[in-house]
Design a protein around this ligand. Structure first.
Ligand SMILES: [Zn+2]
Length: 325
């Protein structure tokens, strides 16, 4: 996988391509952007390019280093992430990394370390990483990912070259979906495109993960029932969530994205019949008020609010918006 395979984000790609193919490479890069915008993918291509031993254009995809990288066995590349059963990426992991880093590279000119979701580091881990970043071995390059710059301690941020990733234009996402999922039907791809809204990871998840699709269908059913004033169906859409915080949060996010699609239809010609149908049944003001209700419920969930109460308050809030007309 070379830089050409990465979609959208031309400024970020240009910056990294020049860094990998020239002599001026920084010691640390922070890839940040919404989940699904390709931070890990692009960091991986950059890492491969930094280790590549061949070709005019790195990564060449053919040299021994590239082949080892693609098999996941390059000795000078390490990935650090929070263990699934832990709350944080810990200081022990950073200490182990530091020891490994002081051994010179085995095969390449560099050692490359990818630290995924660095906002999951606790304070001792972040301090330990900062010490390494203050005086890194000359051959080390750190690639960090995070959902936003704000999630990263200022002291670490100031030592990183920022690489921000964005959603891609819909036309580009449409082409990408056709290439990546040729066996999906056109209707399925259309749904995935609208669900992702230019976020390729989100579109991919829609096609590959049945739970994502199911969650979206529940949010769509809620929007449909609400705007059609089918009270019983609104309750039915909310009922299963009272025991499942994660599913509730996903529903709120999906519901909010559907409202965003409705808002877009109000002033632009779209090819989004689902959203257009909803837009005919509610006013832009109602859509905005529903969006506020979803935001309030997500805030309550993030502060660990009682699940059943939050669901009840959300249901009552939706009802009052619809009654206001
Ligand atoms: Zn290569």
């Amino acid at each position: 996988m070379g830089f050409d395979s990465f979609r959208g984000n031309p400024a970020a790609v240009r910056l990294l391509r020049m860094a990998a193919n020239g002599r001026r490479t920084g010691h640390a890069y922070l890839f940040f952007g919404t989940e699904g915008t390709g931070k890990r993918t692009l960091a991986g291509i950059f890492a491969q390019a930094l280790l590549c031993g061949g070709g005019e254009e790195k990564p060449c995809g053919r040299c021994l280093a590239c082949r080892k990288f693609e098999k996941g066995v390059h000795p000078d590349y390490a990935v650090l992430r929070k263990p699934p059963d832990r709350a944080f990426l810990t200081v022990d992991q950073i200490r182990a990394l530091r020891e490994a880093l002081y051994i010179r590279p085995n095969e390449a000119d560099r050692r490359v370390v990818l630290i995924e979701n660095c906002e999951t580091m606790n304070a001792p881990a972040a301090n330990a990483l900062l010490k390494i970043l203050e005086e890194p071995p000359s051959y080390a390059v750190f690639l960090l990912t995070a959902s936003s710059q704000r999630a990263v301690p200022e002291t670490i941020l100031s030592r990183c070259i920022p690489v921000e990733l964005f959603e891609v234009p819909l036309s580009e996402a449409e082409r990408w979906l056709a290439e990546q999922f040729p066996s999906a039907g056109p209707e399925e791809r259309r749904q995935a495109l609208l669900y992702g809204g230019g976020n390729l990871g989100r579109s991919r998840a829609f096609l590959e993960d049945p739970a994502v699709r199911q969650g979206y269908e529940r949010a769509a059913a809620l929007a449909e029932a609400l705007t059609s004033r089918r009270e019983y169906d609104v309750l039915a859409a909310l009922a299963p969530l009272e025991g499942d915080r994660g599913a509730f949060d996903r529903l709120l996010r999906d519901f909010d994205r559907i409202l965003a699609r409705v808002a877009v239809c109000a002033f632009a010609g779209t090819q989004d019949p689902e959203a257009e149908a909803l837009a005919r049944r509610i006013s832009p003001l109602q859509a905005a008020a529903l969006h506020e209700q979803a935001g309030a419920a997500r805030t309550a969930l993030s502060f660990n609010g009682n699940l059943a109460l939050t669901a009840a308050a959300f249901g009552a809030g939706l009802r009052s918006v619809m009654e206001r007309g």
